[in-house]
Design a protein around this ligand. Structure first.
Ligand code: 9MR
Ligand code: 9MR
Length: 575
């Protein structure tokens, strides 16, 4: 026994860290499931969990092999869920080596959950990032956006082409420096929902931003920075909302504000306007309790939402078709399109948020009319579930005669979550993510996080723990239990993206990328034409800044990660 112990001790101390042990590189909650996956190692013996001092604290059996459905990897499960002593550990597999370090703790996600919210501060467009808050990533203000030209596609009598308007602030969309209402919409909806679902958590959460210490929670301060920009995207003359505030062509890979290319307000669209309705209606509701600190803002949001809704009713079919637009207008616009051909879910979301906020029956009819087929995973072009979540969350404030409709909506959400849950045991990484090879698309980490949110909503409906544990499996996925072995959040874990497609991270001359940002994730579409070492669905990821299809950061996939990690921290820490 003594010799065995000694052998293990020395083996683990000097053992190489092995990337073949894939696990959450941050940590696990005390009473939560704990799993690592061993890939392409022929070993069905024992594995060990060792503390920092080399003591073995747990010993378990390596499972039988299983081929992953989403790649050629052969996977074995190492389950150490029973270990529930707080501490710092590594998994050790004799002959293979040690895993990255991890903790078991009551606040396993807190640090990273906070960092993902802080990530938005670094994306703020028109103000400097100061060293006091941004550390080594401080930088001058980016695009001031106080002189935006009305593009010919957006011209009206009152605002002819070339009219100058002001649209400062807001977050940059992603690795690029443009600001798009559609993508801002679902991002804001997700973050507002995080606050609505977990106010007690966010009321205390400090992210060290310039506004920290004022009377508002930091998440609200961060949201306001983008909300105030969004409000400038509405034409006060008719209530319609411009699709985007953008360059004609993407800026080069330089720091923000270096290029001085003209910026344009491009075509109003029904999708942008409906997403704007949903966000401002939800903001009106969420900000109501801060009326004393933000006098009039909640009312302004409500009015903005109603005006935009009326514009959409008058203009129900104005889709954004960049190629068509470029046949008619100069300059041609070649930045992100966010064009969506099906707006049923946008109507549903907008009507849901207005209904919850105003209780006006007009919107109820739209909800019922648009329900069929809108329960699909949330993404920038699929926003129906966001409306369903808001109605479920605000059940108590809905008119009593809505109860049957709400029951239907709950059933749909639960069924959707059940279909996700049922796939978990069939994935070799034991995550809900990867239940279908189609999960691996542009921004697949957003898919993983949004699946987590759907599962958490099923938990809210049923209070059944299995949904929370399934949501956790996707947090584990994002934090490292995936085929690539990356913890996909910059600055988190042991092996995280170093070269995201993010202009400041490329151009700032600092080795570490801007922290708290989520990389897109595996995407076998590989639309960027970069070199990928692996190309199977769950492995087609490359940590190269040329790879905008697998390694770009974006506000719409950071937001569900903010929701997932903060929500799980709130629900699973024993407080
Ligand atoms: O940087 C752009 C990124 O934000 C977009 O997601 C991507 C796809 O639209 O395009 C990137 O810009 C590239 C452009 O499409 C082609 N020329 C090189 C640009 C930078 O890599
Ligand atoms: O997330 C978007 C993805 O679904 C699209 O397939 C892709 C190509 O149109 O564009 C993605 O969004 C990018 C946007 O167009 C420009 N800013 C960066 C976004 C993330 O890559």
């Amino acid at each position: 026994m003594r010799t065995l112990f000694f052998l293990l001790f020395s083996a683990s101390c000097f053992a190489q860290t092995s990337p073949k042990i894939h696990l959450n590189q941050e940590g696990f909650y005390i009473n939560a499931p704990k799993i690592a996956i061993l890939t392409n190692i022929d070993n069905t013996g024992l594995f060990y969990v060792m503390g920092n001092n080399g003591d073995t604290v747990f010993r378990g059996q390596i499972s039988a092999p299983e081929k992953s459905k989403n790649s050629s990897l052969i996977c074995r499960t190492l389950n150490f869920s029973e270990l529930n002593q707080p501490g710092n550990y590594r998994v050790f597999v004799p002959g293979t080596g040690s895993s990255y370090p991890f903790t078991i703790s009551d606040h396993a996600y807190l640090k990273t959950a906070t960092a993902t919210l802080k990530g938005y501060y670094f994306l703020r467009a028109s103000m400097p990032i100061e060293a006091q808050y941004g550390g080594q990533w401080s930088r001058p203000a980016g695009h001031p956006d106080d002189k935006i030209e009305i593009h010919p596609s957006a011209a009206t009598d009152k605002r002819p082409a070339g009219t100058i308007v002001s649209s400062p602030g807001g977050w940059y969309d992603a690795g690029d420096y443009n600001k798009y209402i559609v993508n801002s919409g679902i991002t804001m909806g997700t973050l507002l929902s995080a606050y609505e679902d977990f106010p007690a958590h966010f009321d205390k959460l400090k992210t060290q931003i310039p506004e920290s210490g004022n009377q508002l929670p930091d998440i609200i301060d961060e949201l306001l920075y983008n909300l105030r920009w969004m409000l400038t995207m509405q034409d006060p003359n008719d209530g319609g909302v411009y699709h985007k505030c953008t360059n004609a062509e993407f800026d080069g890979m330089v720091m923000p504000g270096v290029t001085k290319l003209p910026r344009y307000m491009v075509q109003k669209s029904t999708a942008a306007t409906l997403d704007f309705v949903a966000v401002t209606a939800q903001a009106a509701r969420v900000l109501r309790k801060f009326d004393k600190i933000l006098p009039g803002l909640s009312d302004s949001c409500r009015n903005a939402a109603i005006n935009a809704w009326q514009w959409a009713i008058r203009n129900p079919g104005l889709l954004y078709h960049q190629a068509e637009l470029n046949k008619k207008f100069e300059p041609k616009i070649n930045t992100g399109a966010y064009g969506d051909g099906n707006l049923k879910d946008e109507w549903f979301w907008a009507a849901s948020e207005l209904f919850v906020t105003t209780r006006d029956k007009t919107y109820e009819l739209w909800i019922i009319d648009k329900l069929e087929g809108t329960v699909r995973l949330v993404s920038w072009n699929s926003v129906g579930l966001a409306g369903a979540y808001s109605m479920i969350r605000n059940e108590k404030n809905l008119p009593p005669n809505f109860i049957n409709n709400l029951a239907t909506i709950k059933t749909r959400v639960k069924e959707f979550a059940d279909s996700l849950l049922s796939r978990q045991q069939a994935t070799a990484f034991r995550t809900v993510m990867g239940g279908s090879a189609k999960d691996f698309e542009w921004g697949s980490n957003g898919v993983a996080a949004n699946q987590g949110i759907a599962l958490m909503n099923a938990y809210f409906i049923t209070k059944e723990k299995k949904y929370l544990e399934a949501a956790l499996s996707n947090a584990d996925y994002i934090l490292g239990r995936n085929a690539t072995g990356y913890c996909f959040i910059t600055g988190a874990g042991s092996r995280s993206p170093m070269h995201p497609h993010h202009r400041p991270s490329v151009a700032d001359g600092i080795a570490d990328p801007v922290p708290g940002l989520v990389a897109g994730g595996p995407n076998p579409g590989r639309q960027d034409g970069c070199k990928y070492e692996f190309t199977e669905p769950e492995t087609s990821y490359t940590d190269d800044d040329c790879s905008y299809a697998s390694n770009e950061i974006a506000i719409n996939w950071n937001a569900p990660v903010v929701y997932l990690l903060n929500g799980l921290e709130f629900l699973l820490s024993q407080k």
